[in-house]
Design a protein around this ligand. Sequence first.
Ligand code: PGA
Length: 248
Amino acid sequence: MKRIIVGNWKMNMDLKQTATLITRLRTQITNPTARVVVCPSFVSLVQASEIISSQKALLELGAQNINDNDEGAFTGEVSGPMLKGLVGYVIVGHSERRIVFMESNELIARKVAACIRNKLTPILCVGENTNERQEGLAKRTVLDQLEQNLSEIIPSEASKLIIAYEPVWAIGTGVNAEPYDVEEMALAIYHYLVNKYGTETADKIPLLYGGSTNGDNAASYLAINKIGGLLVGGASLNYKVFSSICQL
Ligand code: PGA
């Protein structure tokens, strides 16, 4: 399976900065070893899509959020049908949405289902916080998130998923998870998926790692058994660093 490197731009980059960053990435990423997905803000997606196709950039697009409904009176929200055709991927269940926007596991499950219904690939993020890790509850937390967030996904749909393991304490903090711990969690996630959907399907679901990844540590995470790519936050805004990660 080809590696997947996803850049989560979060709430950064206005239209002009988006155009500059995409153009720079296009110039640098000429021989990627991965499928490269960038996730700008909603307002930048149309422009980003136009630049990617006109410049023939080796980039795919993802959104950072989706509403669980397909249409209706939901002021300020963006639906699957609006994103379909514009992006291929949607980040769902990111810890910032779980914590800052108080998204529940039930809502995240409906968002994963909305992605599948609209033929968008959900990048489902799971991960424990500091307390849960210290109390030895990391695995239980992550597997419980998976159990709840995938409750609407049947085996025939499961191969469309991407799962990203992102320990909350490693996101945006510069604190690096030990590759040994990441491997242990990746194996636990894989075995969970084997149990739920069977080996053949589980083998098709890419597992990404995310949390303070950068040009110095990316290779060590990519070398981990069962890790098939990275979800990069802060470092994805630096075109030199992000391009280098995509060509490792
Ligand atoms: P970070 O963010 O790489 O800046 O830690 C990762 C993420 O939030 O997905």
